[in-house]
Design a protein around this ligand. Sequence first.
Ligand code: IPE
Ligand code: IPE
Ligand code: MG
Length: 260
Amino acid sequence: MIEGTGAKLNHVAIIMDGNGRWANERAHRRVWGHVRGSSVVSNIVEEADDLGLKALTLYAFSTENWSRPLTEVKTLFSLLKKFLKKERARILKNKIRFKVIGDIDKLPEETKKLIVDLEDETKTFEGLKLTFAFGYGGRDEIAKAVNKFIAENPGQPITQDAICANMMAPEIGDVDLLIRTGGDQRISNFLLWQSAYAELFFTPTKWPDFTREEFKKIVVDVLARERRFGNVAATDSLSESLSIAEKNKKELEELQTRSH
Ligand code: IPE
Ligand code: IPE
Ligand code: MG
């Protein structure tokens, strides 16, 4: 965790957007933007590690991105494969725990094997939790979590805790800061459940131009924000706010019973 005058940050999630426009502005095809964008990823992972974050989740391919031209989809697949091959050694050296959330079923067998092997090799690591969201949609993840719980616990009521525990990577927890590059101000079906109380930061910088310096500056800016989680004063976390809420509700109940 890193701590500022206001916020405490464990988990940062990034919507890496703007590759296509970046390339078009330079009279290149969209895929060139993806090629340039993919080379930015390792710098940002390194900075997240240096900053002491616990988790970094990167949105690489959404359930909706399946609607793009197949040549573009294939380029994104091959860039993921290249990244895995190129970064494997560094991920192992830095004790990064790597995981992919989403649906990787339609990826080529070789890429799926690279993912499964790296997940397996890094599963006991205690360093940065690096998660790639690929073939990922927040609604899809929630629906799958609910179905998994129902299948394993027939007849039991679904609770918030049960949904959290059945997410694709429950250990990454709530998002503290959600950054989107590329200038658009929307969530685009990313980590909907986990971002319930996330700080949001939208930068006009397109992903291929995003630097570790800008990333650090955003984190430092957000560390100065006061997070209240529904309270009137600075509060440490959503769970702290919820436990205060429970205590208040009990006290109120007692007062009401006494006054009857
Ligand atoms: C983000 O860049 C990468 C993916 C969605 C895979 P885009 O490809 O969406 O780039 P823009 O938003 O069209 O510029
Ligand atoms: C969100 O970007 C998905 C990723 C960055 C992987 P999009 O470019 O697909 O989002 P929209 O379509 O502009 O909302
Ligand atoms: Mg986009």
